[in-house]
Ligand binder design. Structure first.
Ligand code: 3HC
Ligand code: NAI
Length: 698
């Protein structure tokens, strides 16, 4: 097997190791063994220089992640890397595509590095809960200095080939074109110039810019890397590299790497990596389904969502037309879009010229006839069935027969919206999240009659516009908002039972949520839920768990936008502050509803909120609303600030153990009498069979 994935060939006096392990030339056992065998061959032949290159679309994209969690097999990557660095003849690595993780570490161990334009070089291990474990933490600072090395390893963001040249990370930026040819020419030149072996590990790390550099750096990233183990280790290892030789450095690095690799958070992040890729694959459509071309798009409604959705398409170079009921509404919507782009220019994300080009791709109209020829329409008008059905009737009458009609509804029945048209098979839900131009998540809702090619088209289109799409079925709130409901309800009950908003939020944030549930409510605006409850015919303050929110809205405390909600907000800093008025109000409402108040521990807060998510997630899976537990996780991770390093609610349930989850649910059921704690039948079934949620994977 190793012969197939790694080939060795002597071309003149250049020995060429060619790795060919699709799709991304990951460093599987066969590759490592193959490289070792090739090194042995090259050691004794007539080669004067060894060139390491890869076939296919990329240089090595890293260690083989599927091997983590299995018994390690020799040779390990550090041994291969050491053999490269200590090779008695000069070694040149030729990079193209992505040189990531273990792939870049191979290149760092080579004596010379070259790359074609467009190559990206990085150490993204941190995204998998890891640190570079094959010398990266020790060699990168030796080449580019401590500051850049830390920046690359802590952010995990790759640098371009051009930047790599500036940094001294590569020695030569090759001509654009065939990497093999250009690299061979460079190799011949190195031989002609008498290039010598040049081990990176023998270099000394340049001193950090200031004496307290590492402490300052540590403090600077603390907030952003909250909860993660690897970033702290990376800083420790770079600091260590300044004072110790490569051998000692690699020894410590290996220890820390193994600790990270065996940690629950790395297991969680690896799950996220594969779940993200799995959710893009539709399992329940015919294999020969083909996506339809989408070259032009229209968005109906230029409000909060419509404007953001239009930006997504415009950013991807797909012409988009915004449709509104009046010129005034269009002007207002376009004004917001323009000011968003102004901010991007201010922050250096886009140049003015880029923004001008993007904006030229956004047209606007009040006349539906102008969008008769588009390939796709996304409706983002008010969340009201009658209004939406009216819009869909109009679209059906106006748009060409094969035009796809999508709705951005948050809760409404997509089947009923589709039924307003004569082409329900062309109707699909496209639930973007706010702000739509920023949030990565997209729930693609498959209605009863949605055609497979329409679903597939949307899933692929999502990738084009930089979204992570998850296919979901029709139900109230789809996956994310449906799960949110039980979670938010528990937060309200906890307040009435004795917790304060700041305690609930702090407990959830300490557990890892990006933002606690009440702070999220204030950010989104309490009026949204208020309106939705009224639309559903629920009278104000008639329900225990929404009495507080209803009262706050009626006091004009709508959240951040009105300066107060569950908290009071500093007008300058927007920082939240506990508000005694809210404390008193909660106590009043609790008394009205005869709720006994008590001291509540943080553990109970975390348990109740996370168990609510888990139980609803299991029901969603049982109903087939989501196809895989990983799909539920991806929704919650990308739309609701669930900590990535906990893998998502379903992965978290498996980590706790389904027996434990059920035990906790049953205890709550007994204690509170609340039927919401009845364990989902799927959990009982899986636990009974000694299985996990992950075992449901397709
Ligand atoms: N190991 C195993 N499989 C991998 C892999 C890896 N390192 N990287 C990608 N794959 C698989 C993916 O799972 C996917 O499989 P599928 O087709 O069955 O779903 C396939 O390769 C293609 O991947 P993508 O869909 O992600 O393809 P893209 O072209 O969009 O992206 C990429 C390519 C930029 C290389 C991206 O896959 C990526 O970021 N990969 C991970 C890179 C990484 O994290 N490397 C570090 C690994 S840890 C390490 O090296 C430890 C070391 O320090 C000891
Ligand atoms: P919004 O009130 O900000 O915008 C709606 C816009 O639609 C208004 O500008 C209105 O003038 C326009 N409009 C109404 N009827 C129209 C018609 N017949 N033709 C053309 N334009 C029309 O509302 P928002 O927040 O953008 O919500 C839109 C949809 O997106 C709703 O279905 C909502 O549930 C959903 N959604 C909202 C999210 C949010 O956080 N705001 C998140 C995800 C989905």
């Amino acid at each position: 097997m190793s012969e197939a994935v790694v080939q060795y060939q002597l071309v003149g006096d250049i020995g060429i190791i060619r790795i060919d392990n699709p799709p991304v030339n990951a460093l599987s056992h066969a590759v490592r063994a193959g490289v070792m065998a090739a090194l042995d061959q090259a050691r004794t032949d007539n080669s004067k220089l060894l060139l390491i290159a890869c076939a296919g679309r990329t240089f090595i994209a890293g260690a083989d992640i599927t091997e983590f969690g299995q018994t390690p097999r020799e040779p390990g990557l550090p041994a291969v890397i050491a053999a490269i660095e200590n090779f008695p003849k000069p070694v040149l690595a030729a990079l193209h595509g992505t040189a990531l993780g273990g792939g870049l570490e191979v290149a760092l161990a080579a004596h010379y590095r070259c790359a074609v334009p467009g190559t990206r070089l990085g150490l993204p291990e941190v995204n998998l809960g890891l640190l570079p474990g094959a010398g990266g933490t020790q060699r990168l600072p030796r080449l580019v200095g401590v500051e850049t090395a830390l920046e690359m390893m802590i952010s995990g963001t790759p640098v371009t080939a051009g930047r790599a040249l500036e940094l001294g990370l590569i020695d030569r930026l090759l001509e654009d074109g065939d990497v093999a040819e250009a690299a061979e020419a460079y190799a011949r030149q190195l031989v002609a110039d008498g290039a010598a072996v040049r081990p990176t590990g023998a270099r000394v790390v340049a001193a950090p810019p200031t004496a307290d550099f590492f402490d300052t750096y540590r403090a600077g990233i603390a907030r952003k890397t909250r909860g993660l183990i690897a970033p702290g280790f990376i800083i420790e290892l770079v600091e260590f590299a300044c004072l110790h030789d490569i051998e000692q450095g690699q020894k410590l690095e290996r220890e820390r790497f193994v600790e990270c690799r065996n940690s629950p958070q790395s297991a969680a992040l690896r799950h996220v990596f594969f779940a993200e890729r799995a959710c893009a694959k539709l399992t329940n459509i015919p294999a020969d389904t083909r996506a339809l071309p989408v070259k032009t798009v229209a968005v109906i409604g230029a409000g909060t969502m419509g404007g953001g959705i239009a930006m997504c398409f415009a950013n991807a170079g797909i012409p988009v037309t915004l449709v509104e009921t009046s010129q005034e509404n269009l002007d207002r919507g376009l004004g917001v879009v323009r000011s968003n782009y102004e901010t991007s220019v201010g922050r250096g994300r886009y140049t003015r010229q880029q923004v001008d080009t993007i904006l030229a791709g956004i047209r606007s109209t009040t006349d539906y006839a102008d969008i008769a020829g588009v390939d796709l329409v996304i409706e983002a008008v008010f969340e009201n069935m009658a209004v939406k059905q009216e819009v869909f009737r109009k679209l059906d009458a106006t748009c060409k027969a094969d035009c796809i009609l999508a709705t951005n509804t948050s809760y409404l029945d997509v089947n009923a919206i589709a039924a307003a048209t004569g082409r329900p098979e062309r109707v699909v839900g496209a639930h973007f999240f706010s702000p739509a131009n920023v949030m990565k998540l997209l729930e693609v809702v498959r209605a009863e009659k949605t055609a497979p090619e329409v679903l597939l088209t949307f899933m692929q289109l999502a990738k084009t516009i930089g979204k992570i799409a998850v296919a979901v079925g029709v139900c109230h709130g789809f996956v994310g908002n449906r799960m949110l409901k039980g979670y938010a309800r528990q937060a309200q009950l906890l307040l009435l039972e004795g917790a304060s908003p700041e305690q609930v939020d702090a407990a959830m944030e300490a557990w890892g949520m990006a933002m606690g549930p009440l702070a999220v409510g204030d950010l989104a605006g309490l009026d949204i839920g208020y309106r939705s409850r009224r639309d559903q015919g629920i009278e104000s303050r008639s329900v225990k768990e929404s009495a507080l929110a209803d009262t706050l809205v009626e006091m004009e405390r709508l959240g951040q936008k009105s300066g107060a909600g569950y908290y009071r907000y500093d007008p300058e800093t927007r920082r939240r502050q506990p508000d005694p008025e809210v404390t008193a109000l909660i106590a009043d409402i609790a008394a009205q509803w005869h709720v006994d108040r008590r001291a509540i521990g943080d553990e109970e807060i975390v348990d109740r909120l996370t168990l609510a998510l888990i139980n609803e997630g299991a029901a969603i899976l049982a109903e087939g609303i989501a196809a895989r537990p990983g799909d539920v996780d991806i929704v919650y991770l990308n739309g609701y600030g669930f900590p990535k390093w906990r893998g998502g609610p379903m992965f978290h349930a498996d980590s706790l153990g389904l027996e434990t989850v059920i035990g906790k649910l049953q205890a709550l059921r007994e204690l509170t009498g609340d039927p919401c704690w009845e364990p989902a039948p799927l959990l009982l079934q899986l636990a009974g069979e000694g299985r996990t949620l992950a075992s449901l994977k397709l």
